[in-house]
Design a binder for this molecule. Sequence first.
Ligand code: GLY
Length: 360
Amino acid sequence: MINLNVKINASEKNYPIKINNNDIPELYNEVLEITGKNNILAVISQKVFKLYGNFLNLPKERIFILKDGEKEKNFKTYQKILAAALKLKLTRNDFIIAIGGGVCGDIAGFAAATYMRGIHLIQIPTTLLACVDSSVGGKTGIDTGYGKNLIGAFYQPDAVFINTNFLKTLDERQLKTGLGEVVKYAFIEKSCKCDEEFNLINFLSLNSDKILAKDNKTLEYLINICISLKKSVVEKDEKEGGLRKILNFGHTYAHAVEKLTKYKKYTHGEAVVKGMEFAFDMAQKMGIIVESYKYIAEDLIKKYNFKKIPDFDIKKVISVMKTDKKATAENIIFILPVDCAVVKEYKMFDNEILKYFDGN
Ligand code: GLY
């Protein structure tokens, strides 16, 4: 078990992140240890509900089934979750439990953050992406026509329960979506300032067969590494004032790809891989990395055979990147590789980016 200790304003919140492969129905007792006799509204992904049923033994009215897909992460669904909580007369002592992938955790987390100015929250991530990234660290939110995650809150859960048995039913595309974020951790590892050294680039390079075959022990180990890295970053910078920005490696371009394709064509992880390729390309053109590191990065990405995304018109990409919440009025913020597993923030003007990429 990993304990994440986040300073929130002047106070501290310390919450457990439990990683195991117990039988899924055992989650019932693990959850009860946290909720006690308080009431629960479970927001559960439709796919997970179909596959695993009501493993928390909740009465029907306490289950909100969330349709799958990024397009569900919207105002309307958010309102419906709040309406369900109001109908159940949940109080501030009660719990919302998010059971599903990133979309589920983000929207249920945002509902928990805002219902009565905040009620208890438990995250039970069921996809690799949610296990290694979105369920940990307190980012919650919804999408609007103006962009992804533009409405949201930092809201830390009371506990995160990761059960790797859920990963057994992930299809290849969902697995690779999570692996996109895992590869991101490899390229930022040293910048995470974690006490432990994992050499994740090497690990991912040597164990791709086992990882792609969803070997349970290997995935469990991998999740532990990613969460240790994320914990190290979030504990130092909960609200992305500085260090946490490194977790957005590949994301500036990725969010533009997702928006340009209306969140329909590519998954988040696929777009992040494209964003990382773009970042390596830019870093090489700027002369801030040695060529050999770019080749190492390209080889690692190739090993996982991610979905190929074509280049987009750079002017269109720039105009969308400027609407990202990380952008300022004058420039776009990129996290770029500068050395093996080391990244740095760069603020770039349109014309600088165009200088490197016009003609694409
Ligand atoms: N997914 C990036 C972060 O949690 O900061």
